[in-house]
Design a protein around this ligand. Structure first.
Ligand code: KIV
Ligand code: ZN
Length: 519
């Protein structure tokens, strides 16, 4: 059975989504989950882009080393010495390091962006691959905008890249321009013409015309054995091929595909949730595999069919992708050992005793508020605990009132700050608005709220509410996130999370490879 390597670029191309800015802790948390999911390669970042990106790639390289023996950790580099040496230093601690170097090959990119002749681009590619190969054994070469490049030139540059030591050849449809049959044909031609002894050919498709997943599958059909993709399909502009869709298409249509992947499909939903909550990129309800409605049956005819035989309207089971929601895991009277055991079953092995103690206390507090506690609740508690930052600011007290009949919603917020305890009251269009106005009085920083999202973890009126906000301050983007059974409380905690991240210097100024091309 041909094995398809899954190359996850959520932390690099996905992180280039407008507005997304993950800090190192959050990136490591996602990388750990990607390891549980079983991806073959993690593209951890673009180390030259900023000191923060470099540190994040280094931290992931060390963390993943303890999680998985086989997983490759890749760092992206343009085809120049500084980028490549920086990427090599960033992935140095990984058990299986890869340098992924790229240069644009389409006439428009070469002439207008790089201002180089094709021969000069070819020469740069050769030198880049040679240098990368002198630093690590595993080198990937990408021809940016391959989809709009001359196939003859691609064959030439890929042939030279292989001669110079590239072990993976990546064929990106950078601007999501090609139709599936065109992309498949391009991949087929390249594989047929480029010396391919021991070389992996890879797809990398963007979704500008909604074809990223189908183009990736067309590439696999044409012989590619690596797919580059992201969780929830996040990425530059319209995004990248969605990992969960590619994997489940191959898995569900085993009658058609002879291929297999190493993905543990039962971790897909959890990975999707983690990425959505840490990036603040909300998953649309109708998104295949991981959207809230993907397994919901609304119409009477469908419901009747599903009750009689689930296969009437479901081509894969919700459990297969890890969506067993609402499952009762532990009760109010469960002890510490049972809780610890459940953490282990959920894959949280590396937690310190202190973290387990804190989580156990949070679990007990939650059990007092909520009748049933699910695995999703426990995951939400762990995710919040493992990505939390030092508490420079702390919510000391929150009180609010709202109602109908002309009563103006009002909130009082008391904060512990490095300058002492401060308090403010404000009115607003609702209790969240009133609380945020009070917080603005207390923190006279120039914070602009760019997005606010609220979602329930599980169902029921006592469900945990997860609030995810994106704030811009002085050119930096910061995500705040919090959970509570009270949504106003969760909203205020998410704002306090932003303040703490800013205080810890965790706001991010993002530079993408495309922006960095002009560095
Ligand atoms: O889309 C693209 O071309 C890329 C490259 C950097 C591989 O992301
Ligand atoms: Zn890309």
């Amino acid at each position: 059975m041909p094995y398809i390597k899954i190359f996850d670029t959520t932390l690099r191309d996905g992180e280039q989504s407008p507005g997304v800015a993950l800090n190192t802790k959050e990136k490591v948390e996602i990388a750990r989950q990607l390891a549980r999911l079983g991806v073959d390669v993690i593209e951890a970042g673009f180390p030259i882009a900023s000191p923060g990106d470099f540190e994040a790639v280094r931290a992931i390289a060390s963390a993943i080393d303890q999680e998985s023996d086989k997983m490759v950790v890749a760092g992206l580099a343009r085809a120049n010495q500084a980028d490549i040496e920086r990427a090599a230093a960033a992935v140095e601690k990984a058990k299986n390091p890869r340098i992924h170097t790229f240069i644009a090959t389409s006439p428009i990119h070469m002439a207008k962006k790089l201002r180089l002749t094709p021969d000069a681009v070819l020469e740069r590619a050769i030198q880049a691959v040679k240098l990368a190969k002198s630093l690590v054994a595993d080198v990937e070469f990408s021809a940016e905008d391959a989809g709009r490049s001359d196939p003859e030139f691609l064959i030439r540059i890929f042939t030279e890249a292989v001669k110079a030591g590239a072990t993976t050849i990546n064929i990106p449809d950078t601007v999501g321009y090609l139709m599936p049959w065109e992309y498949g044909e391009l991949v087929r031609t390249i594989i047929a013409q480029v010396p391919n002894q021991g070389v992996t050919f890879s797809t990398h498709c963007h979704d500008d015309l909604g074809c990223a997943v189908i183009n990736s599958l067309a590439g696999v059909q044409a012989g590619a054995t690596q797919v580059e993709c992201t969780i929830n399909g996040i990425g530059e502009r319209a995004g990248n091929a969605s990992l969960e869709e590619v994997v489940m298409a191959i898995h569900t249509r085993r009658d058609f595909w002879e291929h297999q992947t190493g993905i543990n499909t039962r971790e897909l939903y959890r990975t999707s949730r983690l990425v959505a909550s840490l990036t603040g990129m909300v998953v649309p309800p109708n998104k295949a595999i991981v959207g809230d409605n993907a397994f919901a049956h609304e119409s009477g005819i469908h419901q009747d069919g599903v009750i009689k035989a689930i296969e009437t309207y479901e081509i894969m089971s919700a459990e297969l992708v890890g969506r067993k929601a609402g499952e009762l895991v532990l009760g109010k009277h469960s002890g510490r050992n049972a809780f610890k055991q459940r953490l282990k079953e959920l894959g949280y092995e590396g937690l310190s005793d202190e973290q387990v103690n804190t989580l156990f206390k949070q679990f007990k507090d939650l059990a007092d508020l909520k009748q049933t506690i699910t695995n999703d609740d426990i995951r939400a508690l762990v995710d919040a605990e493992t990505t939390k930052v030092a508490e420079t600011y702390r919510l000391a007290h929150l009180q609010f009132q709202s109602g109908t009949g002309g009563m103006a919603p009002q909130a009082l917020v008391r904060l512990e700050t490095p300058e002492g305890v401060v308090e403010a009251t404000a009115t607003g269009s609702g209790p969240v608005d009133a609380s945020y106005k009070a917080l603005r009085i207390l923190t006279p920083l120039p914070l602009v709220l760019e997005s606010y999202d609220l979602r329930a973890i599980g169902s029921g009126t006592d469900a945990l509410g997860e609030v995810s906000i994106r704030v811009r301050s002085d050119g930096q983007v910061i995500h705040g996130r919090a959970i509570s059974t009270d949504v106003v409380h969760a909203s205020v905690l998410a704002y306090v999370d932003v303040l703490n991240k800013l205080a810890a210097g965790l706001g991010r100024v993002r530079v993408s490879p495309q922006e960095a091309a002009t560095l």
